[in-house]
Ligand binder design. Structure first.
Ligand code: CU
Length: 324
């Protein structure tokens, strides 16, 4: 009898210990959870999601524009042109079946249709007002490529025939920082490169022109007939509502992806992680980004799984910054 009472109290004591222990461990978990939400989340899991509804709505509001088949012609620089001075004037002729498509930046929203202009394999610059020339400034001496294609306000490119154009040109005298940049007619386009870009915009004779200072860059040896992947998006900084999901978009020349009846695949990886494949030529949207800097590598690979060589342009890594 005594024993059984003792045993019972032992059991209840044991129960108390176990119960207390359980409570403690719950508390510890709580603390652990609280700690990990207070510090930046460490893991990023990206998943492809559908085209955002906000963009679907934009497409509806644009009428037939997304069925347009815009074509571009590069008037300047002419293919294989030699340019004296470090400023390269870009002039484009937009044609084709436009269905209302016209590049223009809405002053209120700072958005609109535009052309993506890519020097060598640099990040693109947006060109909005085709009535005005677009300048590439401080272009380094040597060989260069210029690639252009029409884009929508949310930076998705038109992928129809004739939309994409590429020219090659050579810059002579681009490296002389002590002389002003002039046009071939002697007009002063920019003060000496060593007088900094700030004074350039202040003293520019045509301040309304769109343009962009370029860091030294050289072309690869690009074969116009070979498969070419032109990296377009993402680029730069993404903030707030624009930071998730993020679109991956590119232009393909002379190559069909496996899902489109061809031999090629597009391989991408984020932050040096697992390789993923795209087998259709269309944009994708990835959700699940965490704040901070990220790198994205996009490559065109052949049947053998190797990057198709074309001037080094078929493997591009870009850094983007996300601030949600
Ligand atoms: Cu864009």
């Amino acid at each position: 009898m005594r024993i059984s009472i003792r045993f019972a109290s032992f059991l209840s004591l044991l129960g108390l210990i176990v119960f207390t222990g359980a409570c403690e461990s719950v508390d510890q978990n709580k603390n652990a959870t609280a700690t990990s939400t207070a510090t930046p989340p460490g893991e990023q899991k990206l998943t492809p999601v559908a085209r955002p509804t906000a963009i679907e709505q934009l497409m509806k509001d644009r009428g037939e524009q997304d069925q347009a088949k815009p074509t571009l012609r590069v008037i300047s620089p002419a293919n294989n042109a030699t340019i004296n001075g470090s400023t390269v004037e870009v002039k484009l002729d937009l044609g084709g079946d436009l269905k209302g498509y016209m590049p223009h930046k809405d002053p209120a929203t700072q958005k609109g249709n535009h052309i993506h202009v890519i020097l060598d394999n640099q990040p693109y610059e947006a060109y909005y007002e085709l009535g005005q020339p677009f300048e590439l400034r401080n272009v380094a001496e040597g060989k260069h490529t210029l690639r252009v294609f029409p884009s929508r306000p949310w930076h998705e490119s038109y992928k129809t025939e004739g939309a994409f154009q590429m020219v090659e040109f050579t810059v002579k005298g681009g490296g002389d920082a002590s002389k002003p940049t002039t046009t071939d007619r002697g007009e002063k386009m920019a003060p000496p490169a060593n007088s900094t870009a700030k004074s350039e915009s202040a003293s520019s004779p045509t301040p309304s022109r769109e343009g962009k200072d370029f860091t030294p860059s050289q072309a690869g040896v690009v074969d116009h007939a070979k498969p070419l992947l032109t990296y377009s998006r993402p680029k730069g900084e993404y903030k707030g509502g624009d930071a998730d999901p993020i679109m991956i978009d590119f232009w393909l020349s002379n190559a069909k992806l496996q899902g489109d009846g061809g031999d090629y695949r597009v391989r991408y990886s984020v932050d040096g992680g697992e390789a993923k494949f795209l087998d259709k030529w269309e944009p994708i949207w990835l959700s699940g980004w965490i704040n901070g800097k990220h790198s994205l590598k996009v490559e065109l690979v052949g049947k053998d799984g190797n990057v198709v060589d074309n001037g080094g342009y078929n493997s591009t890594t870009r850094e983007i910054t996300i601030t949600k």
